[in-house]
Design a protein around this ligand. Structure first.
Ligand code: F6P
Length: 359
């Protein structure tokens, strides 16, 4: 009888989810597994539990297709229990139901594609007897246990493309244009896209900024004959003395995301007298086809996850270290956030190029 493995995509979506599914289905088929896909994230494990049989021959086009054919959810019976290091126990009845359905389907293992929050849930499933293998996903790239999560490269690419376009119009009109990108607690997207897209100021949660410093930068550029300024701000960035969304590894969930770009624009208009415009990139960063880097990473992750199932290595997550695909325990992966170091090479090299961080 063909052995079965399950797969689900949890949390917010991200470019490359379908590429992971495709790799699991294809590598799975060669290894003698039938892959079952659970719809709607972890909710798909609950009754009526009707996973779909994922067919090798129907994976055409999946490498480049954005979103997830399985659907994703960050609401429902499994939501609200999650977050970096935050471990709240799932309802035992929900866990029992998920395990009963997993057993009834005769699954050998369940591949969970998700970020930190999803891994917290995956670990609880594992503690209840489900053989779990994790695949790290988040455009924020803030999991410490892997050098890179998939989706990040695509998000940086989208943000860089936006900056390229904003550059020309900012220059034509001599305006200050602010691009707000995602990144609730870390500034990886803002930092990478800011450098790649020639931003003049990058504001990130790890480096509280002052309006004085950002104003000085705009005025200094003006004095040097550069009438326009491009500013990239991560949604979780905050002014010094203002409410920070994260201190150390402690998250303040009361802090509302979004809106920082507008605040910076209003303040700069007042202080410099220049025309300002704001663009919130929003979910454009999460949609569409993955870059070739992400396609490759997703394919390697998916294949490695199947290899781990074959080897019986459970409760572990595939990871990228250097250019090698390895694996780490899910326990080790949970709750460790990779944050931008204010003294790290990327920030220092950006500063050496004259990019301001508002500090
Ligand atoms: O974790 C990824 C992320 O893209 C964050 O940067 C962002 O704040 C969040 O998801 C938005 O998620 P949603 O709109 O799905 O709630």
């Amino acid at each position: 009888m063909t052995e079965k493995i399950g797969i689900l995509t949890a949390g917010g979506d991200c470019p490359g989810l379908n590429a992971v599914i495709r790799a699991v289905v294809k590598a799975g088929q060669y290894a003698g597994f039938q892959t079952l896909g659970f719809k709607g994230g972890f909710e798909g494990l609950l009754s009526p539990c009707e996973p779909v049989e994922l067919d090798y021959n129907r994976m055409d086009g999946m490498l480049i297709r954005g979103g997830t054919i399985l659907g994703a959810a960050n609401k429902g019976h499994f939501a609200g229990k999650v977050g970096h290091g935050e471990v709240r126990d799932l309802d035992p009845e929900i866990l029992r139901e998920a395990k009963a359905n997993y057993d009834a389907l005769g699954l050998r293992a369940l591949i969970v594609v998700g970020g930190d929050g999803s891994l917290v849930i995956a670990r609880q499933l594992a503690e209840n007897g489900i053989n779990v293998v994790g695949v790290p996903k988040t455009i924020d790239n803030d999991l410490d246990a892997t050098d890179q999560t998939f989706g990040f490269d695509t998000a940086v690419d989208s943000a860089t493309d936006a900056l390229d376009r904003l550059h020309t119009t900012a220059e034509s009109h001599g305006r200050v244009i602010i691009l707000e990108v995602m990144g609730r607690h870390t500034g990886w997207i803002a930092l990478n896209a800011g450098i790649a897209g020639g931003g003049d100021v990058i504001l990130i949660p790890e480096i509280p900024f002052t309006f004085e410093s950002v104003t000085e930068k705009v005025l200094a550029r003006e004095k040097a004959g550069k009438k326009f300024t491009l500013i990239v701000v991560a949604e979780g960035a905050a002014a010094r003395g203002g409410k920070q969304s994260i201190k150390g590894d402690e998250i303040d969930r009361e802090v509302q995301m979004g809106g920082v770009g507008q605040k910076v624009a209003d303040e700069l208009a007042k202080r410099t007298g220049k025309e300002t415009r704001v663009v919130v990139l929003g979910h454009l960063q999460r949609g569409g086809a993955p870059t070739s880097f992400d396609r490759l990473l997703c394919t390697r992750y998916g294949e490695a996850a199947v290899r781990m199932v074959r080897a019986g290595q459970y409760n572990r997550m595939v990871a990228l270290h250097g250019n090698e695909i390895t694996d780490v325990s899910i326990q080790r992966a949970i709750g460790r956030r990779r944050r931008v170091s204010p003294d790290g090479e990327l920030v220092l090299s950006a500063k050496a190029l004259g990019i301001g961080f508002g500090d």
